[in-house]
Design a protein. Sequence first.
Length: 330
Amino acid sequence: MTETFTVNDSVELAVVERSSFVESRHAGSAIVLGTNGEVLRTLGDVTSPVFPRSAMKPFQAVAVMASGAALRGADAAIATASHTGTPAHIELVRGLLARAGVPETALACPAAWPIDSAARDTLVRLGASKAPVYMECSGKHAAMLVACQQNGWALDGYLNPAHPLQKRILDVLERFTGERPVVSGTDGCGAPVHAISLTGLARGIARIATSKSNSPFAIYREAGFLAEAVRANGWVIAGPGHSDSIVIERLGLFMKGGAEGIMVAAAENGTTVALKVLDGNLRAAAAVALGLLADAGAIARTDVAELLPELGLTVTGGGRPVGEIRASYV
């Protein structure tokens, strides 16, 4: 059976400290690429396959945009988002579908409540039900449907790996990462997900994050538009109070978390981090990624220090701070 790296192949990335006592440890692997794609640092095994989960969304979005769905600004950002379902997020998703003439019933992601508690409470008070449009991946699915509509591809079955859209996405993933996936599976939203190494993931994200919208090559122009959209619309990528949105808005990084402990982050100069926390917990992932970027000189340590208190890393006891979640790699 194909699998990701083991505990023995990983290193300690972060600890949870309570009352000066290390209560828990998070192991994993990480890689840092420099401005020219060179490997600056590796921690643990960065060659074994991992499912990128939602960190695959940038590649899916580029494929959609390069297939004729001319998404710009917030529309491009929602295509790569793991949104929290605020009214503003849902307006973007419904807007994509409406302008393309695609019915909301075509969304094949699971029905869900918004992650945002205020949005969820409002829907409950109105007597509404869970729906696919509120699911955190609905922006990606809406964008996929727009591309299908633009190309005359079937809307039904758009998540099938044999569908023209999914073949296009796989081609873009291979092109940007320089790897052919060793195994494919089904993501939580129902879309195909392809296993690649952290090295390939970092390489692919770096290429997207450093692409320019005036590139002479069409696919890199679209990647450039996506990178610009993410940096200019950080609120879209996750939502209020969530680390991806906070970091993008405050530090201007291209950042995307994924389920099961995946995190990618790229500075404007191209320095890029890709990591996986082996136990699947994302709570320390942003802190580790920011620490690695600061170590590489891509962002200022003072900026990271000012930002960390806003990322929900405080450990409390009796309603007061008694510790923290912090990066501990060496």
